[in-house]
Design a protein around this ligand. Structure first.
Ligand code: PL4
Length: 404
C-alpha cells in the first residue's frame, strides 16, 4: 500500500471554515426553531460575497461566454492568462510598472498561495502575522516547512504576534533570516491596514534578512484612507523582496467566478541568485492550466472605468455593513478594530475562550461568527465579524447582538 504524506497528519484535523459550517449545521439540527424566519441563523462568519454581480462586470462575463460560441471569439488554453488582462492589471493597479511576463493570472489568491509554497520547499522557515488567514500556516505545514523555530509543537512556523499593544504590526526584529513571510494588508482577520512607514520598515527588514515576502493584497480595494498603500510595490525596494497575490473575489464579487493574479517581479532572486519569476512560470506551467477565459473576460470588464466604479460601489456597500456591525458592538462596550479599510471587524472579549464566545453568540443571537483562535494563538479571546452579507441580514444580526 502507498503511505500517507506524514505532513497531512501534522495539520489541524479540520480546516477552520468547514469546521464553522459543521457547527452551524449541528446547531440548526438541534434547534428546529431556526427554520422560522425570525430565528433564522445569520452568518457573519466566512468572508463570502453575497451581492449580485454589478451590470457592467456581469455583461463582460456574459459577452465572454457568448464569444466562445463563435469562430472568431473562441479561445482555448491561455496558460499564464490573456495578455490584454495582464497588461490592464499592470496599468490599473501598478501604474504600468510591470511587464505582462511579471503578472500571472490565477483562479484565485488562495490557489496561488498554495502553489507558491512549492517554490520554497520544506527547508525554508515560514513566518506569519499572528493572527492570519489559516491557509499560510496549513499550506506551509502541508509542504513540510520547517526551520528556525523551536517548541511550539506545530509545523515549524514562526508566529509574529499582531496585537493591540503593537498596533497590529509585528515586531520585525523577530522575523527569522532567510524565511518566507506571509503578510496580509488589510489584514484578515484584524482588519488592520499597514501604513507606508510600516511597509517601508517591512521591506527594509526583508532585504536585510534575506526574507521573501508573500504579500496578500486580497482586500486592497477596501482601503479608503488615501495615505495607506494598496500594494507592497508602492514601497521602494519591494521588487527585490516580494511577490504579491491578489484577487477579484472581494472587490468584484468573484468568489464563485474565481479569478486572481500574482505579481512576480523579474528582479526577485533566491539566495543563490536564481530567478523566482522563471521558476514561477515553470511551476505554474506544469501544474496549472490557466484561469477560465470567461472569468478573464469578466475581469477585463471590471478594469474598465465603469467596472472600476462598480467595484468601488460594491466595496462601499460591504464597508457600510461593517460600520453597522462595528457600531452595534461598540454600543455594547465591546472594543473593536477594523471595518474602516477592511470588511472585517476584530472584537475583543478579554479573558474568554474565542470558541466559547462563538457558541454564546450563536446561542443567544443565532449569528455565526469566526473565533479568533482559528487564525492563530494571538487570536484567542477575539471574534472576527465579517461584513459580507445582505444588508437586511446584517441589520438584523447587528440588532440581535444586543442580546449579549
Ligand atoms: C473561505 C487574505 C475568506 N473557502 O477567493 P480567493 O482565492 O481569491 O481569495 C481567498 C483569500 C485570500 N487571501 C485572504 C483571504 O481572506 C481570502 C478569503 N478568505 C475568509 O473568510 O477568511 C474566505 C474563506 C474560503 C477560503 O478558505 O479561502
Amino acid at each position: 500500500m502507498v503511505t500517507r504524506n506524514p505532513c497531512i497528519a501534522r495539520i489541524k484535523a479540520g480546516y477552520l471554515f468547514p469546521e464553522i459550517a459543521k457547527r452551524r449545521r449541528e446547531y440548526a439540527a438541534a434547534h428546529p426553531e431556526t427554520a422560522r424566519p425570525e430565528a433564522r441563523i445569520i452568518s457573519l462568519g466566512v468572508g463570502n460575497t453575497t451581492e449580485p454581480l454589478l451590470p457592467h462586470i456581469n455583461a463582460g462575463l456574459v459577452e465572454g461566454a457568448r464569444r466562445l460560441g463563435t469562430a472568431e471569439g473562441y479561445s482555448g488554453y491561455q496558460d499564464e492568462g490573456l495578455p490584454a488582462l495582464r497588461e490592464k492589471i499592470s496599468r490599473v493597479f501598478y501604474r504600468g510598472g510591470f511587464g505582462i511576463d511579471e503578472i500571472f493570472i490565477s483562479d484565485g489568491a488562495k490557489c496561488d498561495i498554495g502553489r507558491l509554497q512549492l517554490l520554497f520547499g520544506s527547508g525554508t522557515a515560514a513566518a506569519v502575522q499572528d493572527p492570519s488567514y489559516p491557509v499560510y500556516v496549513d499550506g506551509s505545514v502541508l509542504i513540510g516547512a520547517a526551520g528556525g523555530w523551536e517548541g511550539s509543537g506545530y509545523g515549524g512556523i514562526v508566529y509574529l504576534p499582531c496585537t493591540a499593544e503593537n498596533g497590529y504590526f509585528p515586531d520585525l526584529s523577530a522575523l527569522p533570516a532567510d524565511s518566507l513571510f506571509y503578510f496580509c494588508s488589510p489584514n484578515n482577520p484584524t482588519g488592520a491596514a499597514a501604513g507606508r512607514d510600516q511597509l517601508g520598515a517591512l521591506v527594509k527588514a526583508a532585504r536585510e534578512k534575506g526574507v521573501l515576502i508573500v504579500y496578500d493584497a486580497a482586500y486592497a480595494e477596501y482601503i479608503r484612507d488615501p495615505a495607506l498603500p494598496k500594494s507592497i510595490y508602492e514601497i521602494e525596494g519591494a521588487r527585490e523582496c516580494a511577490v504579491e497575490v491578489n484577487s477579484f473575489s472581494k472587490p468584484a464579487g468573484f468568489t464563485g467566478v474565481r479569478l486572481g493574479w500574482t505579481v512576480v517581479p523579474r528582479e526577485l532572486r533566491y539566495g543563490g541568485g536564481e530567478s523566482v519569476n522563471a521558476d514561477w512560470a515553470r511551476v505554474t506551467g506544469t501544474i496549472f492550466n490557466g484561469a477560465s477565459n470567461i472569468a478573464q473576460a469578466g475581469a477585463l470588464a471590471a478594469l474598465d472605468d465603469e467596472g472600476i466604479k462598480e467595484m468601488r460601489t460594491l466595496c462601499d456597500f460591504y464597508l457600510g455593513n461593517a460600520a453597522l456591525i462595528r457600531k452595534a458592538l461598540e454600543n455594547l462596550g465591546i472594543s473593536c478594530v477594523g471595518g474602516d479599510n477592511s470588511p472585517y471587524i476584530w472584537a475583543g472579549f478579554p479573558g474568554r475562550d474565542s470558541w466559547d464566545v462563538f457558541n454564546e453568540i450563536l446561542e443567544k443571537c443565532q449569528v455565526i461568527t469566526t473565533p479568533g483562535a482559528g487564525f492563530g494563538p494571538a487570536g484567542q479571546s477575539f471574534i472576527r465579524f465579517s461584513a459580507f452579507g445582505r444588508r437586511s441580514d446584517v441589520g438584523e444580526a447587528a440588532g440581535r447582538l444586543s442580546r449579549l
